[in-house]
Design a protein around this ligand. Structure first.
Ligand code: AMP
Length: 200
């Protein structure tokens, strides 16, 4: 596991538990020599994760759409910063750069990003692991709901089982190391083939 993408809030959240977890994620990835891939900004938890990884001597790669460079305050001191044309390019680039994906607490943007990677795994665009860092029960209700989608016949149970949910980054990285990807719904597909199909 050489690199992990962290999806997280562009806000700090109202409880210091979120700040603490973001700090720990940044530091731990640096200590493990795992490159942090993230949205490239300095706002909210995004900035905290990046700053802590950099302070601990880690490598940090940011990917930010041009239109958000000023709004999310593109980080000036990253190991690499990719400025891309739009959100889809951001997510595609982050997906290529990372060996696994973790959502720490955040809002709609965080959820959109982790769900896209999880659905790409189901479609066979990649075979990389996805996780929720469920600190302080933040994702309990969401995880329950996902189980319901399987119970009601809308998600294969193997894709639910493939999601990693732990309350600390150490346990997530450990599970990522032993991850066995579930069989994609319709076998593997070429990403280019899939993205062309989406455009039509
Ligand atoms: P949030 O969790 O809503 O604070 O957003 C966290 C990050 O997700 C921010 O960097 C947003 O720019 C990003 N984001 C929001 N919507 C999207 C989207 N549709 N695709 C990719 N990233 C997004």
């Amino acid at each position: 596991m050489k690199s992990i993408a962290i999806f997280c809030g562009s806000a700090l959240g109202k409880d210091s538990v979120y700040l603490n977890v973001a700090q720990n994620v940044g530091r731990y990835l640096a200590q493990q020599d795992i490159t942090l891939v993230y949205g490239g900004g300095r706002s909210g938890l995004m900035g905290v994760v990046a700053d802590c990884a950099l302070q601990a001597g880690g490598k940090v790669i940011g990917v930010i759409p041009r239109v958000l460079v000023d709004k999310e305050l593109a980080h000036p001191n990253l190991t690499e910063l990719h400025v891309v044309e739009d959100m889809q390019q951001r997510k595609t680039k982050m997906s290529e750069l990372a060996d696994g994906f973790v959502a720490i607490p955040g809002g709609a943007g965080t959820l959109e990003e982790i769900f896209e990677q999880w659905t790409w795994a189901q479609l066979g665009i990649h075979l990389k692991p996805c996780a929720f860092l469920n600190v302080d029960g933040f994702y309990d209700d969401l995880l329950k709901f996902l189980t319901l989608t399987a119970e009601k016949g809308f998600t294969h149970q193997r894709f639910i089982d493939s999601l990693v949910a732990e309350d600390n980054i150490e346990a997530i990285v450990e599970k990522f190391k032993h991850f066995a990807a579930p069989e994609p719904k319709w076998g593997m597909v070429e990403k280019t083939e899939f993205l062309v199909a989406m455009d039509q």
